[in-house]
Ligand binder design. Structure first.
Ligand SMILES: Nc1ncnc2c1ncn2[C@@H]1O[C@H](COP(=O)(O)OP(=O)(O)OP(=O)(O)O)[C@@H](O)[C@H]1O
Ligand SMILES: [Mg+2]
Length: 224
């Protein structure tokens, strides 16, 4: 009997990294590139991606007078993620789309685990439960020194959110966490030096993704 793969036919790419590392900029450019390659592409982000999840994003990023326990923060993120996975990511993958997601599970491990100090095993178990063990095929992890990333964020006129306002040491712990994650899963996670120009990072991303797609002979270009 032919083996039936339960893996959805699409491709799931996530972009990860600290504040101002260039995720959103490169996600946009990558989607343009993949579309030009003939793929049907969906760009989305976390926390967010559905109405409910975007509402949770607002709660998470807005400053509030009430302090937020790290556990509360993690639970809200995971609640949003489950909505996003069920309502957006899995259906798009089932249709054979290339889903490009700005942050996903690695951010939870880096920020709530290595940054906030929550127990990593507990967090991993809860994240597996929330995602139904959905793991990206490929993760592009953008790496810049914390000072560079925060300067970029301050320079682009964005309003400061709860995360931007964390102490520099918090962001350094997050960055170190991303490095540990990349080392643990070198086949899935490509650590990209994002301190060079936008165009140079874009070229690196295109080369990485193209060679990854070739190596995995995956997916077949979607016919539109
Ligand atoms: N390689 C780069 N060189 C210089 N500036 C950059 C580079 N990449 C992005 N930027 C600029 O830095 C700012 C932040 O970039 P972007 O929003 O893409 O980062 P981000 O990782 O999505 O940030 P956040 O974590 O806050 O969502 C933007 O103004 C963007 O134009
Ligand atoms: Mg962004």
């Amino acid at each position: 009997m032919p083996r039936v793969s339960r893996q959805p036919p699409g491709i799931f790419i996530t972009l990860e990294g600290g504040e101002g590392s260039g995720k959103t900029t490169q996600a946009r450019r990558l989607c343009t590139y993949l579309t030009a390659q003939g793929l049907s592409v969906l760009r989305t982000r976390e926390p967010g991606g559905t109405l409910l999840a975007e509402r949770i994003r607002t709660i998470l990023l807005n400053r509030s007078k009430e302090s937020v326990a790290p556990e509360t923060e993690a639970l809200l993120i995971l609640a949003a993620r489950r909505q996003h996975v069920d309502h957006v990511i899995k259906p798009a993958l089932a249709q054979g789309k290339a889903v490009v997601c700005d942050r996903f599970s690695d951010s939870t491990m880096a920020y709530q685990g290595y940054g906030r100090g929550l127990d990593l095993r507990t967090l991993r178990t809860m994240n597996d439960w929330a995602t139904g063990k959905l793991v990206p095929h490929l993760t592009l992890m953008f790496d810049v020194p914390v000072s560079v990333g925060l300067r970029r964020r301050r320079g682009d006129g964005s309003t400061q959110n709860r995360m931007d306002r964390e102490a520099e040491q918090f962001h350094k712990n997050v960055r170190a966490g991303f490095h540990v994650l990349a080392k643990k899963e070198p086949r899935r996670i490509l650590l990209i030096d994002a301190s060079s120009s936008l165009e140079s990072v874009e070229r690196t991303v295109e080369q990485c993704v193209t060679s990854w797609l070739k190596r995995h002979r995956f997916p077949q270009p979607h016919r539109r």
